[in-house]
Design a protein around this ligand. Sequence first.
Ligand code: TIU
Length: 219
Amino acid sequence: MATVKARPFNFELDPSHAALIVIDMQRDFIEPGGFGETLGNDVALLQSIIPTTSELIAGFRRAGLTVIHTRECHRPDLSDCPPAKRERGNPKLRIGDPGPMGRILISGEEGADIIPDLYPIAGEVVIDKPGKGAFYATGLDDVLKTRGIRQLVFAGVTTEVCVQTSMREANDRGYECLLATDATESYFPRFKAAAIDMITAQGAIVGWAAPVAAILEAL
Ligand code: TIU
């Protein structure tokens, strides 16, 4: 066990049963011309966490621990994209439309892939997910159970959408969840702060939160 100084109280990290989950660090959310920008967001905000997320991934790799990456994306025929998701709002481009990085949020297109700075290395699991949560309609739970994983450290984007949804799904499945606060970001700074507060309130009702340096120190 290794103690991580965390909110709302210390997290006892058991490296032999822990994995890092990096949520949706895709070009479509972080670079101009992708899904995030078509929704009307300033994607530059998300770029600030690339160095810290890279350090966190490197720390897990150095320690020989499991690193899992997710990508929010859909099949080219959109058969796994509910019309309610595609038709929501008034974006410039919808899921499946052609954009500067290929079709928006479609598996296999440049925009749906993970940004080069955080690219998975050989042997790391990449989970493609059609929803906001990483467990919905994916094999993630099986991957984790097969490896004996019981604790999950979360990084990625966006804090209050795909990260928080995935943490809630994980918490309900019995995983202990720790959010890396400077390796996650939102298009809305106040939503990030509120999400961290919600997750850690009521005695870590969803999970714990700690900066990357505290997690690396414990590793
Ligand atoms: N990955 C993820 O968070 N998907 C989103 O659509 N996030 C937004 O904040 N829009």
